[in-house]
Each structure stands twice: as structure tokens, then as C-alpha cells.
Design a protein around this ligand. Structure first.
Ligand SMILES: [Fe+2]
Length: 292
């Protein structure tokens, strides 16, 4: 039995003081948003409690699906790199970036620069990449790109989708449990139109044709389970709340998900345990569900 842990959207704070010149773009709006709302809802002690609880369950591997930073200041990336090291080594942790990790065009390459070793395949390849861990093939995708003000959309792009198809076909010939990591959820809801994955329909068509065993995402800051069409039946796609969210009416409280994976092709078993924040900073089991 192999345990995979998933957390997302830590939105590590506080934001280091920016220089004025750094705010003359979308970042200025982001900073206002941080001080108006976000800084009250994301807390370092909550994030620490989530990571500690996750470590206590000794997962075989940890998946992190983006939005480590807030407005993509270069100083935020260095701080997030230190946090990543506290979660685990690049061998033990796989990261895909979110929209806040490429908040403006100038910051596009900074995630790779600071966190690159967590975002590459066993062969050193960039997105889309594959890492093999126990019975898992972990496939990392990026949807992270700069967008205009008030937008938080994501995009995979034709080249990445074409390569993903090849990877899924190749992996289907091996006895591996394919886990796809992607920041944006594959199906948006109407409330999240400005935050959607633009080529989500293409991604879903590709999964329907070539299959995967599990899709993990972040972005919505909600515990979400949606089912995607697959070639041999439906495929679970699971989202997790922000790993630093306090108990409030703004977002769902922080949680991490654990997946116990066993079996083999045609007979995989996957049980999900949701562990999250309750009153008094306690992290407890909130849900247990068999996905396959
Ligand atoms: Fe996001």
C-alpha cells in the first residue's frame, strides 16, 4: 500500500514589503486584495499544523498543486523555497505551479528558477513531466500563466496537451497508477468563470480517450470531488482547500488529503482520507471515501 498526500494553495504570507516600482501592474491590485481580505484568512500557524499532521502520517510522496505565493514578488519565491524544503526534499515532493506563481509576465520564469527541482521529471524534463514513485506515475502539468487584472484563468496549450496524450498512452502499457497534478480544476462552475481552465474541454477529452487513475487539483480553495469520463469508467478529480485557510465564511478551512493506493491494473483500490482544521487548531479526520 502506498500513501500519497496532497495539499495546495498555501498562499504563504506575510507578503514581504514591496518596492513601489513593483506595484505598478496587477500586483498593486493583488496587494490591496491581500490587505483587504486574504491576509486575515491565510495563516502560517494553520499551514504549519497541516504540514505537521501530514508528516505524522508518513506519506510515501507529497503532491503540492500551486499558489505558493501571492503577488509574485521575487522575495516571495525565496521564502516559498524555504517552506518547500520544510515540506520535504524534491525527491519526496512534486510541485505544479498556480496562477499566483506567475502573477505578472516578468515573474513567468521565477517558479522554475526557485523551485525547479520540485517541478521536473525523473529524466529531468520540464512540463509535462513524469515521476515514478512506488506504484504511481505522477504526471505534472502547468496551467500557470500571467493574466489581466481580475482574471485567474489557466491554460495548458496545444503542445503540452499533445505531449500529455503520448505520456498517458505510454504509461497505460505499464502497471502504474497514473496521478495527474494540475492547479486549475478540469471542470469550472459558473461562479468560477473568470478563474477557469481555458482548454479544460480539451483536457477532459484527452482524459476520456487515454485515461488516468486520479486527477488532483487546487485553485478553488474547496474540497471538491468531480468525476471525469474515462475509457473504462469514471475517473475521480479531487480538489483540496487552501492549506493555510482559517475557519471563516470566506473559504473552507484548511485541509490535506491522503490517498491509500493498492492493487494493480484493472483492480486498483484508492481510499481518500480528508484531514482538516477544526476549532482550536486541531487537525482531525473529516471524511473517508473509497474512490475506486
Ligand atoms: Fe489559483
Amino acid at each position: 500500500m502506498f500513501t500519497l498526500a496532497h495539499l495546495s494553495d498555501p498562499h504563504i504570507g506575510p507578503i514581504p514589503p514591496p518596492r513601489l516600482a513593483e506595484l505598478i501592474n496587477k500586483r498593486g491590485l493583488g496587494l490591496i486584495n491581500w490587505y483587504r481580505k486574504r491576509h486575515r484568512h491565510h495563516r502560517a500557524d494553520v499551514l504549519e499544523a497541516i504540514v505537521q499532521d501530514m508528516h505524522a502520517h508518513a506519506p510515501g510522496h507529497i503532491a503540492v498543486t500551486g499558489d505558493l505565493v501571492n503577488i509574485s514578488l521575487d522575495t516571495e519565491f525565496a521564502g516559498a523555497a524555504r517552506w518547500l524544503m520544510s515540506v520535504g526534499t524534491a525527491e519526496h515532493v512534486t510541485l505544479v505551479p498556480g496562477n499566483h506563481d506567475a502573477y505578472i509576465r516578468r515573474a513567468s520564469g521565477w517558479a522554475a528558477q526557485h523551485w525547479g527541482e520540485y517541478m521536473r521529471g525523473d529524466d529531468g524534463a520540464g512540463f509535462p513531466f513524469v515521476r515514478r514513485r512506488g506504484p504511481l506515475a505522477i504526471i505534472g502539468l502547468t496551467t500557470s500563466l500571467p493574466t489581466g487584472p481580475f482574471m485567474a484563468t489557466g491554460h495548458l496549450g496545444g503542445e503540452q496537451l499533445a505531449r500529455l496524450a503520448e505520456i498517458l498512452i505510454t504509461l497505460s502499457r505499464e502497471a502504474l497508477f497514473r496521478v495527474v497534478l494540475i492547479h486549475h480544476p478540469p471542470i469550472p462552475n459558473k461562479r468560477h468563470y473568470m478563474k477557469r481552465l481555458i482548454d479544460g474541454p480539451m483536457f477532459r477529452a484527452l482524459i476520456a480517450e487515454h485515461g488516468a487513475e486520479l486527477v488532483l487539483h487546487g485553485h478553488n480553495h474547496e474540497q471538491q470531488l468531480m468525476w471525469l469520463d474515462g475509457p473504462h469508467g469514471r475517473i475521480p478529480a479531487v480538489g483540496v482547500p487552501s492549506a493555510s485557510a482559517i475557519i471563516s465564511d470566506h473559504d473552507e478551512p484548511a485541509a490535506h488529503n491522503l490517498y491509500a493506493i493498492d492493487g494493480g491494473p484493472g483492480a486498483w483500490s484508492c481510499e481518500m482520507v480528508v484531514r482538516g482544521l477544526r476549532e482550536g487548531r486541531e487537525i482531525t479526520e473529516l471524511q473517508r471515501k473509497r474512490l475506486t
